[in-house]
Each structure stands twice: as C-alpha cells, then as structure tokens.
Write a protein of this length. Sequence first.
Length: 406
Amino acid sequence: MPSTPPEGDAVPRDGSLPGSALTGLGTRPFGVYVHVPFCATRCGYCDFNTYTATELGGGASQVEYAATAAAEVRLARRVLGDSDVSAATVFFGGGTPTLLPPADLDALLRVVRDELGLRPDAEVTTEANPDSVDRGSLQRLRDAGFTRVSFGMQSAVPHVLATLDRTHDPERVPRVVQWAREAGFDGVSLDLIYGTPGESQEDWRTSLEAALACEPDHLSAYALVVEEGTRLAVQVRRGEVPAPDDDDLADRYQLADEVLAAAGMQWYEVSNWSTTGTQRARHNEGYWLGHDWWGVGPGAHSHVGGTRWWNVRHPAAYAARLAEGASPAQAREVLDDGQRRTERVLLGIRLREGHPLDDLSDRGRAVARDAVATGLLDRVAHENGRAALTLRGRLLADAVVRDLLD
C-alpha cells in the first residue's frame, strides 16, 4: 500500500456506488479484505498503513477496533443492496491481525458471514507474526472458521531478522506451524523476504531450507524494496547500509525457484509457490484476476465492477466517520475500458497461466512474438494463445508488461 494515497473523485457520504459498478454484482467472485492496522513494533522497512500503540491518539482504540470495523461491514451490506455477494474469500491482513484477541477476529468474521454471506468452501485467511500466536489462540481461530494462516517468517537468519527489525525467534516458526497443523488449518503459508542488506546467498539458502523443513503448503518470497519514508530508506541514504543490488536480487530469486521446485513447490505467480493448485492463495488470485472485493479498515482499498476506492488512512479518522454514519472512503475512481484492460494485462501476466494474447493490441501481440524469440515468454503457451513468462521473463516482469502495453 503506498504511503500516500492517490488523488480521486469525491465519494458520497453514504458510500453509494455508480450504477456501472453494481451491474453484474454477484455474478463475479467476491472477496473481503479486513485490515488490522496494529503492530507491536514498527519494522524499519515497512511502509504499510500500520501503527504501534504509542503512535495512536484518541478515537483509535485497539480494544474497540472490531466493533468499528464491523460497522463498515454493515455499511457494505447497505451499499451493495440485495445482491448475493457471499464471499469466496476473506483475508485478515495488516499490521498484525493476531494482536487482536481471537474473540475479536471471530466476531468480525461472524459479521461478514451474517451481513454479506460466506460460501460453503470459502477460504478464510489471517496473517500472523510467529510471536503473536500460541497453540490455544490458533485453535480458537480454527474453531471460529479460519481455514488458512500465513506466518511472517521473513528469514531464518538472526542477523537478517535484526536488520529488518523483526523480533521473533526463528526457532519459533516450526512450532507455530506445527500448532497450526494440530489445530486443523487447511493451509499454512510462510512469507520470506530476500535482498536484506548484509544477507548473503548462503543466508538466503538457509532461510529457504528452514522454511521447507516446516513443510508449508504455500510460500511467498518478496524482494526487499526500500520505500521512501521508512527508517531503512534513511539508513540507505546515509550510507549506513547498502541498497539492494538488482543482480543480487535476481540471484536470490533464481535460487528460490530452484530450491522450491526441487522440493515439489510450483510457482503460480511471480512471488508465490504452492504444493498443489488447491493451495494457491485464492484471495490474492482474486486481485490478480480483477474480481470484486471490499476492503474493510483504515487505508483499505476496494474494487467493485470497475470502481475502485480507498479509505481514510488514520484509524481515528476512520472511526470518526463510521461513528457519524458516514462512509470512511476518502476518494474513488471509475476505470474506463482502457484502464481496466491495462490492469488485466499488468496483473494477469504475473500468473503461471499467463494472459490471453487476444486481449493485447496488435502491437502488443507483435511484441509478444518478439518476447518469445528472446526467451521472455514461453513458446508453447504462445502457440496456445497465451503470453506466459519464462523464468527469465519473471526476472524482468515489469519490463515485459511495459513493452506489451506500450
């Protein structure tokens, strides 16, 4: 999430959507994202919309947050009308959702179920830091209906975790994964970050092997990005730590793909691998495929039928708007056909299946043919009418997409 939201058009006080957004509502998969903006400490690399207790003023009580977010879910029901939008996926992210008591997360999930509906096979995920859960809290979350948990492992190497300002003990990760298994979660995911200043290729291999030793169903690996306004950006600017090197990041990514593939995990999106197709992160696939979703919480983004909006960022401002019976949305934009097509290509090309060639312009299809010849797009997929990235193409995904859209 960017540190500064984009500009956009004004949103009606009641949050009502244009008719174009409501056309076909309920015929497209629907997801719900719940943003929990609290963290025990602020990591130096993070620019997400999160706050520690000492950063929050009045009106932003962590104790009252579940009730405040529930008010937005009820607002969503009013805005969406009578359409059946039973959620195929629900994702609690942050921040650290599991800083809230399991009873609060249970209550929020029940409000989603009661107001919007849940499909019988819904995927319900929460993110968690390894030190924010224990055996009992994981069992309570599973009993509440959560089906999947994603742990922020980031690294197994102490000095790398220290540079990232991560406070958990890496030896705790196998324990929390085991507790999640015992609780009966359908899927367990681990998140890793590569390219941290001071991390060697062997450090990265150690983290990959430690993650695989936990036998996760899903693994995400993200390159460290130095975001403006973060403590890490200040350290880089002062020369205290080096900026991530593009060649090193490419080496890390190739090692990840090699090690994970050898362990039986298959990439399905540029930064994501799973053991089977059923273990893909279905909620995130909804973003990449342009499905509808409602984002609950301060700073959360939503998309319904080509209309995208984003909430005010500070928890106090968010709570104040809902207390007044008003929408917490700060601004919105209605995407035209060209913008929607650009987003389809931009996101769809990141998936293993690629993107249909017939959704590209004439020039884009010509560029795709050249990309096959240069090894950036897969030849067999191209022959079957799709633009799909090769390993080399994944390393240059942004440039490939830019060329296809120019």
